[in-house]
Design a protein around this ligand. Sequence first.
Ligand code: ADP
Length: 302
Amino acid sequence: MTNRFLSIGECMVEMAPTSDGTFAMGFAGDTLNTAWYARKLLPETWDVSYLTAVGEDALSDNMVHFLDSAGIDTSLIERRADRTVGLYMIQLSEGERSFAYWRSESAARCLAANAEALQGKLDRAGLIYFSGITLGILSVPDRHKFLDAVGKARSNGSTIAFDPNLRPRLWASEEDMCAAITEAAGFSDIVLPSFEDEASHFGDGSCEETARRYAAERAGLVIVKNGPGNVICLQDGEMTALPANAVGSIVDTTAAGDSFNAGFLAAHLQGKSLALCVEAGNRLASAVIGQRGALVDVVEHV
Ligand code: ADP
């Protein structure tokens, strides 16, 4: 296996309101956030790569440039002449944020269209990371191709990490979403759910129940995040509860889970113990929620 952290999904253009009534353009997406933090945390001996599809237009060029300048490898990104990148806009009303999306025709939805090319891109990656959003943007046939490719990569020795990141609006029904997420957990070595989402869509009564449900799909390691609550870990039948960090003031919880995953996985890839991996996840996430935005420059403090 190679020292490659390969994150797969959709990066979108973000238009965020500024104090003077205009909008500032940025780039964001759950799997991108994790890749971005993993790049900051992993030593140079690790390559962090982002796999998605974008257009051939100037906006897509900008996105790829943004990834390049963050030190993320973009060589696996497919360019499509027929599509462009997705976009979302944040609206602020009395301090509450709401989101409008233009992503239904985004290039990223085609990232698994060519099964053979996809398989080649996964080949020999030390860690492959994806989320329920990665699955939710794919057509049903492409989702099958995607999981098939992940399954083959796993048999060839890659470690597979998956965050269910449940987003009902990406799915035809809650039932479809839960079935696909459960199936994907069966392809994964490490599952990193967030309890609140799991409780609302799977009806779990506790973090332990969430952990057992995914472990039953044969995920060897399940790490259940629960905001300020304990992180519950289930590994080879052994359940452990580890406390989250105490956080003074919470400014913006965007990317809490994504950054936790980066902290956890970067430590895991460096052979740290389970307790140290959770500590690294908590440390990064608690620093991220102390500042505004998804991608914040906190790594020197963690
Ligand atoms: P998501 O962003 O996926 O909803 P969570 O809210 O469960 O994820 O939080 C992910 C991680 O972020 C937690 O495991 C914890 O490390 C950190 N975190 C989130 N909220 C808090 C909080 N209020 N206090 C301390 N840590 C927090």
